[in-house]
Design a protein around this ligand. Sequence first.
Ligand code: ATP
Length: 218
Amino acid sequence: MTNNADNRILALYGGTFDPIHQAHINTVKAMASEAGLEQVILLPNNVPPHRPQPKADAKQRLMMAQLAVSGDPLFLVDDRELRRDALSYTVETLRQYRAEIGSRRPLAFIIGQDSLLTIDTWHEWDKILTLCHILVCKRPGYSLDFPSEQLADWFVQHLVTTPESLHKRPCGYIFLADTPLFPISATNIRERLKNGEDCSDQLAPAVQDYILAQGLYR
Ligand code: ATP
């Protein structure tokens, strides 16, 4: 998949994807075009038994991610976090990827703006930029009002405004892209499906068909 002479950004996008929806796909596509990403790897998260469980199981969440991006050469789906029994910390997954691609190739982790505001709750969050860049997609309802001065300072210190910078270093930058706003959340989709409402404008057709066939979120 990769080698040390390859300087293209390898971008990862993690999520519970319960279910994967059109805001996930379309914000990442917009990010890819703005930041010049050729490859984005979707990483469905493992949710360990002691945490509130997703409604869809790991196999179903993986299948929905595969169906959502099937035939689109921008995307690959990696099930490595689902194959682990234990909680998969993002920092550990990033360390694995860094070991696989070597120290020089740019690695990026894509998140929504809501995740940026709580990133200091992630395990070893202050190590993340030593491994990758963080690419942030806008999300309606979330501002840049950081909950602490420490996090606001960290953001400003690492922020770059030109995507070209991301290609020049392997890690260390935060890029806030001007992605379109999609007022969609998996929680809201689950509620609407439970009420028998139509969500065809928020889900890929193949994902919607799979949800119906599996009787999910009823
Ligand atoms: P839930 O509603 O259950 O919290 P979610 O829709 O936020 O789910 P996740 O799988 O938890 O979906 O999110 C994966 C990533 O997608 C996160 O980084 C999140 O910030 C981002 N994301 C989700 N929805 C949007 C959206 N509407 N716009 C931009 N980013 C989003």
